[in-house]
Write a protein that binds this ligand. Structure first.
Ligand SMILES: Nc1ncnc2c1ncn2[C@@H]1O[C@H](COP(=O)(O)OP(=O)(O)OP(=O)(O)O)[C@@H](O)[C@H]1O
Length: 699
């Protein structure tokens, strides 16, 4: 139980609002206290760096100090990290404003989290009422693809004469249909035209996939939203759930999809108590089915029109950086108009740095990062951003060569590492004995058990009334007998309710480490991740919560990656633009600001895609506080080109920085052209294409 929050006094009110500007204040006070009669839903259009996070935290704190019950607030954020940060900030604001002692406990927000994790909680609570077994486990994207691949194979689609779409593409299509609420044929037509001929087969495949999930009692990411939306389509349940919450607040609303907006609407059809915050200019997740329409259409979706508050003062960037960013976004086709302004003057314009190629780009960035550090900026206050994870390869080499520590976000994720998946699979298989994917993975870790035996075991389990008993009774091949009986013992321990979390993870680890030694040469490196998993486990109340939360929002990095420094050290941030969302740094470098990269050559099909690429560049630029460098390599590796291309092409500056907007940038060419310097001119046409020859030798 948390202590009740003391009632505000006139004095604390003055202090409370002291830090906010007029627009932020309007958002914080809407419908609260004297304005309680205003029941309109609230849309906060928050320009980049305009204090969105702060404003939302203040609003939540203001609601609590005015008597709202934190247990009856649902706060939906984009990541688990954002939810935790919000809880801390709200606590901080309340502590400061109400003069609470540091020892006094602050209200927690039990219903804050991502749409998917809150969806998982609702599903578990309501499982019995919607015909779901509450022991369900959750498939991440990798598992979903594997299961789709199995069904694809089982129904004979992997042997079609013309190649049938790969399992990853099939999951992509399936997920898009669910999240956008569009019919299959439309999704095929608009996003996957090369798969349109397979419509009938895809339908059959998706039917089989749904069937398989149900048999195994697993749900995938999309089901968490879909089932939640379906619960909400049932009027009695919708009313019951809607009435459990007085306030529904959604952050990063620009990156929600149709299903998510349907959920909000059905929970609060009148719009009373609904607050959404976002910036249509920063919508960058349409590849996941997000639609910028949600934020554009929000004002008119409820029984009463919404109040719109626009935050236009930017506190992050200097005036020249903001001017350059505004110049990029002003050319967008459709948006909620706003005029971002700042009071931070600076003599430094954003720089457009022209370099000969990606190797020189890496050198320039490394030089610049060190110079900035000499000038007093820590490495942590600097970031290098890029469109795609692979684009930092040359830079990573250069940084390693110069011993500059860095951490990369947006590459291989912790949970994608094979050994982490192995341990998670052991826990999941114990949690849900019908989960075939986890079962396959785990049983094949046992020496002497291969695919055929694993299939025999899982079939027996699927047919049994009690799958765990079927596992105990299973007869393995003679050569696996010893190892098998160890596993059977472990499995029984993991299913024993007397074993309290996280002791079961310790048991799983003790069983797994010898397998790890046997399977991987670099077991000692991988063991660090397993240790990390055990450390993480302590933060979760139960195995079920651990599995759910980690599957939905995994930690970002693995020890496989080179040079993860200790957290107390200084290190440079490398990040994809997508993973840089919501963050800010003193100095920001953006790599490969060329056509073919931003916009990506994979995304130039439709004007919607181009618009999203423009917003991506805008998001990258608006992360910078004091210094912004956009790098334009002259020669650039492109992924899509006609036959015979040498895969490096002469690149042009991104189309989003037009000639008309160039005045906002300082152009720098590096290295400066010198007589006879090899980099001062385009290289001559090569006499010999050794790479072509090498390829031709195998044709
Ligand atoms: N009223 C204020 N006075 C002074 N500084 C502020 C105020 N509001 C916000 N800031 C500062 O502005 C910066 C940007 O805030 P925040 O990170 O919340 O922005 P944001 O709107 O979430 O940005 P984005 O959408 O671009 O990620 C932060 O450094 C924050 O401390």
């Amino acid at each position: 139980m948390t202590d009740p929050v003391p009632a505000p006094t006139a004095d604390t009110s003055r202090n409370f609002f002291h830090d906010l500007n007029a627009q932020q204040l309007a958002a914080v006070q809407h419908g609260v206290g004297e304005q309680a009669g205003d029941t309109r839903p609230l849309l906060v259009i928050a320009g980049a760096g305009s204090g969105k996070t702060n404003t939302l935290a203040y609003r939540v704190a203001n609601l609590i100090r005015s008597g709202a019950d934190p247990q009856r607030m649902m706060l939906l954020t984009f990541s688990r990290r954002a939810a935790q940060e919000m809880e801390q900030r709200v606590g901080g604001v309340l502590q400061k404003a109400l003069g609470l002692a540091p020892t006094q406990s602050l209200p927690s927000l039990p219903w804050s989290g991502t749409f998917h994790s809150i969806g998982a909680r609702i599903l578990r609570e309501y499982a019995a009422r919607i015909g779901l077994d509450e022991a369900f486990t959750i498939h991440d994207r990798g598992d979903a693809e594997d299961l789709m691949g199995m069904v694809r194979h089982d129904i004979g689609l992997s042997e079609t004469k013309n190649r049938f779409p790969l399992k990853g593409t099939c999951v992509g299509i399936y997920s898009r249909v669910l999240n956008t609420r569009e019919p299959l044929h439309k999704v095929l037509q608009t996003v996957y035209p090369w798969c349109a001929q397979w419509e009938a087969e895809l339908k059959r495949l998706f039917g089989g996939y749904v069937e398989a999930k149900q048999q195994q009692n697993v749900v995938d990411y999309d089901d968490l939203l879909l089932f939640w939306a379906e619960i909400m389509a049932e009027p009695a349940l919708a009313q019951e759930i809607g009435e459990r919450f007085d306030h529904l607040l959604v952050d990063e609303y620009q990156d929600t999809n149709r299903l998510q907006s349907e959920i909000i609407l059905s929970m609060k059809p009148t719009g009373q108590g609904v607050t959404v915050v976002g910036d249509d200019a920063q919508s960058i997740y349409s590849f996941r089915g997000a639609t910028v329409r949600n934020i554009l259409d929000f004002p008119h979706q409820f029984a009463q029109p919404a109040r719109i508050v626009t935050l236009e003062r930017n506190y992050r960037s200097t005036q020249p950086i903001l001017a350059a960013s505004n110049a990029v976004i002003e050319q967008a086709r459709e948006r909620h108009a706003k005029n971002l302004w700042t009071e931070k003057p600076s003599a430094h314009r954003a720089q457009l740095v022209l370099v000969p190629d990606e190797a020189m780009q890496a050198r320039w960035v490394a030089d610049q990062v060190l110079q900035q550090r000499e000038a007093g900026s820590t490495l942590k206050s600097q970031a290098v951003l890029f469109r795609t994870s692979t684009h930092s390869a040359a830079l990573e080499l250069e940084l390693a060569r110069r011993s500059i520590p860095f951490v990369k976000f947006g590459g291989l994720k912790f949970l994608e590492a094979a050994h982490v998946k192995d341990v998670m699979a052991v826990l999941r298989f114990a949690q849900n004995p019908r989960g075939r994917m986890a079962g396959f993975r785990v049983t094949q870790l046992i020496a002497g058990i291969g695919q055929a035996t694993a299939t025999r075991l899982l079939d027996a389990m699927a047919q049994a009334a009690d799958p765990a008993t079927a596992l105990q009774a299973f007869e393995p091949p003679a050569q696996a007998r010893g190892e098998w009986s160890q596993f059977v013992t472990l499995y029984a321990q993991l299913r024993d309710p007397a074993v309290a979390w996280p002791a079961d993870l310790e048991l799983a680890k003790a069983w797994y480490l010898p397998q790890l030694e046997r399977i991987h040469d670099d077991a000692h490196v991988r063991k660090l991740d397993v240790d990390q998993l055990v450390r993480l486990a302590a933060g979760y109340g139960s195995r079920e919560r651990f599995l759910t939360e980690l599957t939905l929002d995994p930690p970002q990095s693995t020890s496989d990656q080179s040079g993860i420094p200790h957290l107390d050290e200084d290190y440079l941030i490398l990040s994809t633009i997508h993973s840089a969302k919501g963050q800010e740094w003193k100095c920001v470098h953006v790599l490969n600001v060329v056509d073919g990269c931003i916009p990506s050559d994979m995304a130039t099909g439709t004007s919607d895609e181009i618009e999203e690429e423009r917003r991506l560049l805008y998001v990258a630029m608006t992360r910078a506080k004091d210094h912004l460098y956009l790098l334009v390599p002259h020669r650039f590796y492109v992924t899509q080109q006609g036959a015979g291309g040498d895969r490096h092409m002469y690149a042009a500056r991104t189309r989003f920085i037009t000639d008309g907007t160039l005045a906002n940038f300082e152009q720098v060419t590096w290295p400066q052209a010198q007589e006879g310097s090899p980099t001062s001119a385009r290289p001559a046409t090569p006499v010999l294409q050794v790479r072509d020859r090498a390829r031709a030798a195998w044709r």
